[in-house]
Design a protein around this ligand. Structure first.
Ligand code: ME8
Length: 561
């Protein structure tokens, strides 16, 4: 990153860094794609944006998983981390950084952070040593207070175990000497911060959960484990018997990437790109990001992220898709079956911030057919076919329209005799982008996409009503004008949709815009308004019209692959 304060801070998006104890699944893909869409959205708004993802490689969970496989932990991490990196690549996730918590730079950042917590804070606000007794879940990598534990019986064996009420994962009673972060001392500051920034977490009800937790359940945070129990982690500086708690290690990744520890320490200048503009997380890790993370940053007087976006979970047969339950869908297989962009579209259209989302091939297929094939695919197919456009491609028809008819049509609009149905697309063309922008500013991809879907639906209805296939047979001037107006209006619907769909379906949107002959420098949101691009289509793609149309027909084929 540029270290000069004159460099504009890029919009900074993060995903959680994923545990490498198992292979990635659809839930991980969703978080990655969502973050990627938010980054790409900034890009098509003309902003500079960066995205960071990566893997979380320390802790008891990884240590045990590696031991079980009989592989040295680092080799185990190398092997599984590569799968997450491959996933990003396969899904066209445009990340700028892929951080691994085993990277030397990160370890240095964590140690530096640790030393600041230990020595750099006023009396009472820094780390202290004590005995910790509590219920630890290796699977969740956290302690739970007594009140959040219950007894459960393992169905297969009848064995009684203690589990977390929240996640159902097994806990064990642990009593050990550790270092503590005095989280309770930050209670008032946290509550004041939430009060002053009620939109800090999206959606709002997650903010309430966090506030409630801080108000009623806050305890000091044990932030080391005895090295005798946890050896696979970053050693706490200045001791030889403690390892830094994996969650503290993990959270710091977001600032390691931004140069903490190497380029800046406590100075708030030249911190580009921190603070993050949006941090995408699943609801399972809300407390870590909504409570521990701001408290740790506050302790060091560092700026807090501007926004936490907390999404719900994908379920399979009504149960959370999860590595520990084993009910996971392999995202590589899913992309092979549905193709990358249609799957990205499905995830973004069905993704929800308020309820869990059910994953099934039947649903993906239904969405593919209804939204992509029968709606957007159909519109292009209908107006681009030679039987509708005569001998032109759509791009040529649009150009023809521009050259010969633009002014007359504008004046036709004022002509009371012009048939009303010819202007029914006007309003949807005007309204789609503003509504899409509002939804994206609310980080709501699903409602953003509904606007594009509606525009395409209106455009298809418009084609059915104006019947260009009849108009094309009529050689009268008015009929020719009407035909070109229909094609032009639909091309506008496609052009605007193509621009807006770029973050969600980068490859398909590019094909669409290429096909319409939209110049590369006219694909930003500024241009996603009717009449905004005065001459697309004039730089038609090389090759015969038929070849272009054939290419289009395979964009959303009957079976995606
Ligand atoms: O928690 N639906 O890593 P993790 C939607 N290393 N998203 C899901 C999901 C599902 N069923 N399952 C997982 C960790 N996710 C820590 C994070 S960050 C500093 C450290 C996504 O591998 C979702 O984003 O268990 C969730 O928060 C994350 O994967 C958890 O991944």
């Amino acid at each position: 990153f540029g270290s000069s304060s004159e460099v504009e801070k890029p919009y900074y998006v993060t995903t959680p860094i994923f545990y490498v104890n198992a292979s990635p699944h659809i839930g991980h893909l969703y978080s990655m794609v969502l973050a990627d869409v938010l980054k790409r959205w900034q890009l098509i708004n003309g902003k500079n944006a960066i995205l960071c993802t990566g893997t979380d490689e320390h802790g008891m969970k990884i240590q045990q998983a590696a031991l079980k496989e009989g592989i040295p932990p680092k080799d185990f991490c190398d092997f599984n981390s590569a799968k997450f990196r491959d996933l990003g690549k396969a899904a066209n996730v445009d990340h700028d950084f892929f951080i691994r918590t085993t990277d030397d730079e990160h370890k240095e950042a964590v140690k530096s952070f640790w030393l600041q917590l230990k020595h750099g804070l006023p009396e009472g606000l820094g780390l202290y040593k004590g005995t910790h007794k509590g219920w630890y879940s290796v699977s969740d990598e956290c302690f739970y207070p007594e009140a959040m534990i219950q007894t459960s019986i393992v169905p297969q064996t009848g064995k009684k175990i203690q589990v977390s009420i929240e996640t159902g994962s097994e806990v064990e009673l642990v009593e050990e000497e550790t270092w503590f972060f005095p989280l309770t001392k930050y209670k008032d500051r946290l509550l004041e911060f939430y009060e002053a920034n009620p939109d800090w977490i999206t959606p709002a009800h997650r903010m309430n959960e966090v506030r409630d937790w801080v108000a009623h359940h806050l305890e000091d945070l044990s932030i080391t484990r005895p090295a005798s129990r946890l050896s696979w982690g970053i050693p706490a500086p200045e001791t030889d018997d403690q390892t830094i708690y994996v969650w503290v290690d993990a959270l710091i990744n977001y600032i390691t990437v931004a140069g903490y520890g190497s380029k800046w320490h406590l100075s708030q200048e030249n911190m580009s790109p921190w603070p993050a503009d949006v941090q995408v997380i699943g609801k399972d890790i809300l407390r870590f990001h909504g409570v521990y993370w701001p408290a740790l940053l506050m302790a060091l007087n560092l700026p807090l992220p501007k926004k936490i976006l907390c999404h719900n979970h994908w379920t399979l047969a009504d149960r959370k898709m999860s590595k520990s339950l084993g009910n996971v869908v392999n995202p590589f297989f899913a992309m092979q079956r549905w193709d990358v962009d249609p799957l990205r579209y499905f995830l973004m259209a069905q993704g929800s911030l308020s309820k869990d989302m059910s994953y099934s091939n039947r649903l993906i297929n239904a969405k593919y057919v209804k939204d992509l094939q029968a709606n957007i695919g159909n519109l292009f197919y209908r107006i681009a076919r030679p039987k509708v456009t005569g001998s032109w491609s759509t791009a040529e028809a649009v150009a023809e329209f521009r050259i010969h008819f633009f002014d007359p049509v504008v004046s036709t609009k004022d002509n009371e005799d012009a048939p009303k149905e010819f202007f029914t697309l006007e309003r949807p063309l005007q309204n789609t982008t503003p509504a899409f922008v509002t939804a994206m500013n609310n980080l709501d991809t699903s409602s953003a996409l509904r606007n594009v879907y509606e525009l395409q639906r209106e455009a298809n209805r418009f084609v059915s009503e104006t019947r260009p296939w009849d108009l094309v047979k009529n050689t009268a001037y008015e009929a020719r004008l009407a035909l070109l107006w229909v094609i032009f209006s639909c091309a506008e619907a496609l052009r605007i949709s193509g621009i807006l769909l770029q973050p969600i379906m980068p490859t398909k949107a590019k094909l669409l815009l290429d096909e319409l002959g939209v110049r590369a420098d006219r694909r930003t949101v500024d241009f996603a308004h009717p009449g905004k691009d005065a001459d697309y289509g004039t730089e038609a793609q090389p090759g015969p019209a038929d070849a272009r149309i054939k290419k289009w027909e395979t964009i959303f084929p009957p079976t995606p692959n």
